[in-house]
Design a binder for this molecule. Structure first.
Ligand code: PHE
Length: 456
């Protein structure tokens, strides 16, 4: 018999765990701060609920209906040809996991450094990620932990761990945010984060908000299809999808509420991208004196936990595919996948200074700086494969699987009025709104990056 989540809560914890990841804590606050504070936040929220929520619902519904992995779902609900969409999703998962696991390894490594009170690590970050011994070993450890959890199966592994990790994660982030807000001088950070500046909103920020919402909710890559396939029939999908979206958005918001007050209270500047978390924060923790070791360790533990529930979900997609399609045993599949994905991740491990050819991997047209391999794979998967997967999934659900089947999958017995209205909206969204907007994002992204048109 196919394994399943034991209840709603277990499913929500696992799916929200997939959604809440490095993206929420590492990338989101920085994007908000850079791109107009609350103005960006507002656009982001609108995208999450108007565009991503309907997709979340259909992905889960499709998986639950088919009770199959991503590839099997498209085949069972459609045809052999459409199962190629599932294959695309699996490739995207494997690529994303190959570099995501490397960054997750940095987070784990930083946790160990913080426990030892080694705050100077912030200033030596470039050397840290350059060292293949360090990065390689932490990536290996992170992959082993992920594989260990997935190897225990859906309910004993993924569900049990998510049910523990998610509440701990939320407790840590709420405590750190309260601590940060009460530090003297934190108000400036809150202003920087939250005062809306609509002048910073342009095509580029809108593009980023949408891309980020999509990545953050783990859409377009078969994760929710796979998790949905382990869901029992009776659950109310709309409520479940709302809970996942709210948790994801809530954690992202709290993360900014924790980071900016921390940084500003110590009179430090926020730096871009990876720098904010890996370079600036250790210095902040150092200045906190006695509390620094504790707060710093908690923060990187939080980051590692967030990454772990996401790597587990990415990992389960190829695993469930191999189990379903080739009737292989979970324990063999898990170690095979761990090995292959680690191998694919090696160029990403080398791309931060160790190997020149991977560090200066490619020049996008018209750009003056070379892009490293990890950024290249991240761009390729997040900006190209994800929207592509999303468009295909919408078109499939709207035109091949069809509306009636979707509604019968979603409506509960009592058919409340609000349910009908939401489901109506969802079917319009996946037929028109989502494919059109995703299509624009995909085309703009391709023209901008690969054709050097500099639109964004
Ligand atoms: N949603 C995760 C994050 O925000 C990343 C992720 C993307 C996980 C795609 C699974 C699939 O970090």
């Amino acid at each position: 018999m196919r394994s399943s989540f034991s209840n709603n809560l277990g499913f929500i914890a696992a799916a929200a765990g997939s959604a809440v990841g490095l993206g929420n804590i590492w990338k989101f606050p920085f994007e908000v701060g850079e791109s107009g504070g609350a103005a960006f936040l507002l656009i982001y929220l609108v995208f999450c609920f108007i565009l991503c929520f309907p997709m979340l619902v259909i992905e889960i519904a499709m998986g639950r209906k088919s009770q199959q992995s991503a590839v099997g779902t498209f085949r069972v609900l459609g045809s052999k040809k459409s199962s190629l969409i599932g294959l695309l999703a699996i490739i995207a998962c494997v690529l994303i996991l190959s570099f995501y696991n490397v960054v997750a390894g940095w987070a784990l490594g930083y946790f160990i450094e913080m426990v030892q009170g080694n705050f100077s690590i912030g200033s030596t970050f470039p050397d840290y990620i350059k060292s293949i011994e360090t990065v390689g070993s932490f990536s290996l450890v992170f992959m082993l932990i992920t594989a260990f959890i997935v190897n225990r199966g859906v309910s004993k592994g993924i569900e049990t761990f998510s049910k523990w990790l998610m509440p701990i994660l939320i407790l840590i982030i709420v405590s750190l945010a309260i601590y940060a807000i009460t530090l003297p001088g934190s108000a400036q950070g809150i202003d920087f984060y939250l005062i809306p500046d609509f002048s910073k909103i342009n095509l580029h920020t809108i593009y980023n908000a949408l891309g980020h919402a999509f990545f953050s909710l783990s859409l377009g890559m078969g994760i929710l299809i796979t998790y949905g396939s382990y869901l029992n029939k009776k659950e109310n999908l709309l409520g479940i999808a709302a809970a996942i979206t709210l948790t994801d958005v809530g954690v992202a918001f709290l993360s900014g509420l924790m980071l900016f007050p921390l940084v500003f209270s110590q009179g430090l500047e926020t730096s871009g991208g990876a720098g904010l978390v890996f370079m600036t924060l250790p210095g902040v923790f150092e200045q906190l004196g006695q509390a620094g070791i504790f707060v710093g360790s908690l923060f990187f533990l939080l980051l590692s936990f967030a990454a772990l529930t996401s790597t587990v979900s990415l990992f389960e997609v190829p695993v469930s595919f191999l189990i379903d399609e080739f009737k292989m045993k979970r324990r063999y599949v898990v170690w095979l996948c761990a090995f292959v994905i680690l191998l694919i991740g090696i160029p990403s491990m080398l791309a931060n200074g160790y190997s020149d050819s991977f560090t200066q991997f490619i020049f996008y047209p018209k750009s003056t700086e070379a892009v490293d391999f990890m950024t290249f794979i991240s761009d390729l998967s997040s900006n190209t494969l994800l929207p592509l997967g999303g468009i295909f999934t919408c078109l499939f659900a709207a035109h091949i699987w069809r509306k009636e089947k979707l509604s019968s999958e979603l409506l509960s017995k009592d058919k409340m009025l609000y349910e009908r209205i939401i489901i109506r909206y969802i079917s319009i969204a996946i037929k028109v709104i989502c494919p059109v907007i995703l299509g624009c994002i995909l085309i703009l992204g391709i023209l901008d990056k690969y054709f050097g048109m500099m639109i964004l």
